[in-house]
Write a protein that binds this ligand. Structure first.
Ligand code: ADP
Length: 800
């Protein structure tokens, strides 16, 4: 009974009771018996929705009650704020909760006053690198979804982070929450933790396969779900759930598909089904929700989503804006939306249980694999585990789809009878080691090859490998790479990070990204010097001092964009007849490298997830590549170097998206042109901002004069504007669209915001008084009130 729990902050057991949690679920009780609230380390491998969060909370709260500090590591940034909101209900019992996201290069000092801190593993890793002082005060760390150490891209960070935290504090309580994986025992061994493993679920889950006119369930029962001629299985299953069971209870459905496009088209089709089941009241609530969705942004995705929602269905994928995702999830939990068609991101963590789950696609395109690849058992189990809402449904139903009897049998074998795969460390992959070995040296965890291997010995990889030689070999290769690129140096046995190596580690860059950026910027410096020498040969050398003056002369330097237009894209006057102007252009820091050159540079690093080249793209971007060649930093691979050239073009496509963004192209046009969602634009923009910030730091550390060009290119990405709007867009509340309207109305700067007629400003902001007032406040205007202002008083030229 929760009332009998001891060691928790005063009031917590009662609060749990008030939430309706009177008894612990069996796996939770087992965890407490294993010492969860006494600081014992524990791996809890239990199914989705069986109360893992409470296990974590009991551990963290009791640790804090003993005067400690707890850290909760989430697998996705989107989950950090959700978890924080959940834990904040303990604030009335004196527990301070903080969340740490965003800016990597900081030590998050303010977090030292918090009792519970929520962060992603990347963030924790970077806090360790930046020597956050509170790290060694931690007494309890929770790793949510620890089976993700198996993830090729992100697993190694979680693995190394846990190893480091345990090394910093040998008495640390580690609570690892895991799906029911095959080898949870190995994970427990690695963490010196006890194991609680269970298949118990709070609500029954019936798993089955639909084929013909019925679902056959694993328990031997059948449910008739006829599919008419020319009809498809999924809509029939969604309609069947809405018809309700014998008690007439309507059930919602979650349909999992394998791509964003499929999620959107399936939602369109399911909307025609759900529409038949909504009541009059629901129809008007849904119309309101649709309007809210349209208000978030006026993109095509937003419009498509609103159209489906108006009829009671929705799609959900990583390309959605965060506001859209929340609106959809909440309305689904409120049973207003009857069906969500989702990519598997929804299965990973977000709490949206549903009466019925349909796993429509169990294969997915995998680039590394080169074709359609069956999903892991673990993934399918996690999707299926979303079925059944405790307290609402008698049981959950999870259904796979088969075309014939053979396929049905195969699906039973492959997914329903099968155990989830074992978790395997991915640490020995070179990109992972590159990054983590540099960090381990830079933050002083090891100073020699032996020390590094000893540290690596505390990882899951070491627990699992039967080839101890291999880690040594990869370590040597990686150390070589780091030395050649100037990130570490050897002095006898001792390995030290160089100043640049320290910076790279703190910036949280893959060393290979840093090497690419440094090469590109150094190439630009050489290129500029060469140009200047060539130009000097043709025109008399200019007196010293000119260089620093040129900034102040009106028109003394050309903007990169004009430069390209003026001389037909040569990026610097190849033909040299405008001798002086060209020399100026090259001498002035801001004109070279060009934004496109810099965007391309950061887009070709392994830290940027590049856009995919579709058919026809190869031609388009090859052409663009030749047109803009002088702007690229570094050698352009030849068309015969197939793979390298393709990569180069993918980076170019991504860079071009960024160029459109800073050229103020409408978001809607961008999503259309590149076949991406609005969430993807944000993703690319944020990554580019971070990488350009890193480039700026590296350029200044290496004393390269491209610093200014990089800074400007970064600022433009941050705001999504041309350079004349940079000042305005930097004012809080302005943004790219309003900045443009203000500018067109003659309000061109922060200073203008403080001085221009208020009616002019109000007219440019389309009469939005509150917005206008907030903006004026942010710009530092003395009397920002808009109360008496009439936009009709605006001068004629105020309305663009
Ligand atoms: P998981 O993290 O394992 O997927 P959650 O922790 O989100 O699952 O728990 C699912 C739901 O069960 C939550 O709404 C939670 O409040 C509820 N719950 C957890 N433990 C108990 C309990 N002992 N009694 C009643 N409800 C519980």
């Amino acid at each position: 009974r929760t009332a009998d729990l001891t060691g928790l902050p005063t009031g917590v057991p009662e609060a749990l009771r008030d939430e309706g949690i009177e008894e612990l679920y069996p796996p939770q009780a087992e965890a407490v018996e294993a010492g969860l609230t006494d600081g014992e380390s524990l791996v809890a491998a239990v199914p989705t929705a069986s109360g893992k969060t409470l296990v974590a909370e009991l551990a963290m709260l009791s640790s804090v009650a003993r005067g400690g500090k707890a850290l909760y590591i989430v697998p996705l940034r989107a989950l950090a704020s959700e978890k924080k909101a959940e834990f904040e209900r303990w604030e009335e019992y004196g527990i301070d909760v903080g969340v740490s996201t965003g800016n990597y290069e900081s030590d998050g000092e303010w977090l030292s006053s918090r009792d519970i801190i929520v962060a992603t593993s990347e963030k924790v890793d970077s806090l360790v690198r930046n020597n956050a002082a509170w790290m060694d005060q931690l007494t309890c760390v929770v790793a949510d979804e620890v089976h993700l150490v198996d993830d090729r891209h992100r697993g190694p960070t979680l693995e190394v982070t846990l190893a480091k935290l345990r090394r910093l504090n040998p008495n640390l309580q580690v609570v690892a929450l895991s799906a029911t994986v095959g080898n949870a025992g190995v994970v427990a061994d690695w963490l010196d933790a006890r194991l609680v493993k269970s298949d118990w679920r709070p609500i029954d889950l019936k798993m089955g396969v639909h084929y013909g006119n019925a679902v056959s369930f694993a328990d031997g029962s059948q449910r008739e779900v006829p599919v008419g001629r020319g009809e498809r299985q999924t809509p029939a299953l969604v309609a069947d759930a809405l018809e309700g069971d014998d008690d007439g209870d309507q059930g919602s459905s979650l349909v999992f598909v394998n791509s964003r496009r499929n999620a959107e088209s399936a939602a369109r089709r399911m909307a025609d089904v759900t529409e038949r089941y909504i009541t009059g009241d629901e129809r008007s609530d849904l119309a309101e929700l649709a309007a809210e969705i349209r208000d978030v942004s006026d993109t095509e995705t937003s419009e498509d989503l609103a159209a489906a929602v108006a009829k009671g269905a929705a799609f959900h994928h990583a390309g959605l804006a965060a506001e859209h995702r929340t609106l959809v999830e909440d309305a689904f939990r409120d049973r207003l939306i009857k069906c969500i068609c989702a990519t598997p991101t929804l299965a990973a963590g977000v709490n949206t249980p549903s009466r019925r789950v349909v796993v429509r696609d169990w294969q997915r395109y995998d680039g590394d694999y080169g074709g359609m690849k069956p999903l892991d058992v673990l993934e399918v189990h996690q999707m299926m585990g979303r079925a059944g809402r405790p307290g609402l449904d008698p049981y959950g139903e999870a259904v796979l789809l088969a075309k014939d009897a053979d396929a049905r049998d195969e699906l039973f074998e492959r997914y329903i009878w099968a155990d989830a795969e074992d978790v395997r460390s991915k640490l020995a992959a070179e990109p992972a080691l590159r990054m983590h070995l540099l960090a381990t040296v830079a933050s002083g965890f090891a100073h020699t090859r032996e020390g590094l291997l000893e540290f690596l010995d505390q990882t899951l990889y070491a627990t699992q490998t039967d080839d101890p030689e291999r880690l040594g070999q990869v370590t040597d290769r990686v150390l070589d790479y780091l030395e050649v690129n100037g990130f570490v140096e050897f002095e006898g046995e001792t390995i030290r990070a160089t100043p640049v190596g320290h910076t790279v580690s703190r910036l949280y860059l893959d060393p290979m990204s840093a090497a690419e950026i440094i090469d590109g910027l150094e190439w630009a410096a050489d290129h500029r010097a060469e140009k200047l020498r060539a130009l000097a040969g043709e025109t008399p050398e200019k007196p010293k001092g000119d260089r620093s003056d040129s900034d102040d002369e009106p028109g003394g330097f050309q903007r990169a964009s004009e430069m390209v237009a003026d001389d037909g894209g040569s990026g610097g006057g190849e033909d040299g007849d405008g001798g002086d102007g060209d020399a100026d252009a090259f001498e002035t820091d801001r004109t070279y490298p060009t934004p496109l050159g810099l965007y391309h540079l950061v887009c070709r690093t392994p830290d940027m997830y590049q856009l995919y080249l579709k058919s026809g793209d190869r031609e388009t971007y090859t052409e663009l590549c030749y047109e803009r060649e002088p702007e690229f930093l570094g050698r352009v691979p030849s068309e015969y170097e197939d793979v390298a050239f393709e990569d180069w073009l993918s980076a170019l496509k991504t860079a071009k998206l960024l160029e459109d963004w800073v050229g103020e192209v409408d978001e809607d046009r961008i999503t259309e042109r590149y076949g991406v969602g609005p969430g993807d634009i944000r993703g690319k923009v944020e990554t580019a901002e971070w990488l350009l910030g890193a480039a700026e730091r590296l350029a200044s550390e290496l004393d390269l004069d491209s610093v200014y060009a990089v800074r400007e290119a970064k600022k433009r990405v941050e705001y999504g504007v041309r350079e004349e709007l940079l000042d305005l867009a930097g004012v809080r509340g302005v943004g790219r669209k309003r900045a443009r309207r203000l500018f067109e109305a003659g309000v061109e700067s922060r200073a203008d915001l403080r001085e221009a007629e208020k009616s002019r400003i109000l007219a440019a902001l389309r009469g939005r008084r509150k917005t206008a007032q907030n903006i004026l406040e942010a710009a530092g205007r003395k009397n920002p009130s808009m109360d008496e202002v009439d936009e009709d008083d605006a001068p004629d030229d105020a309305v663009p």
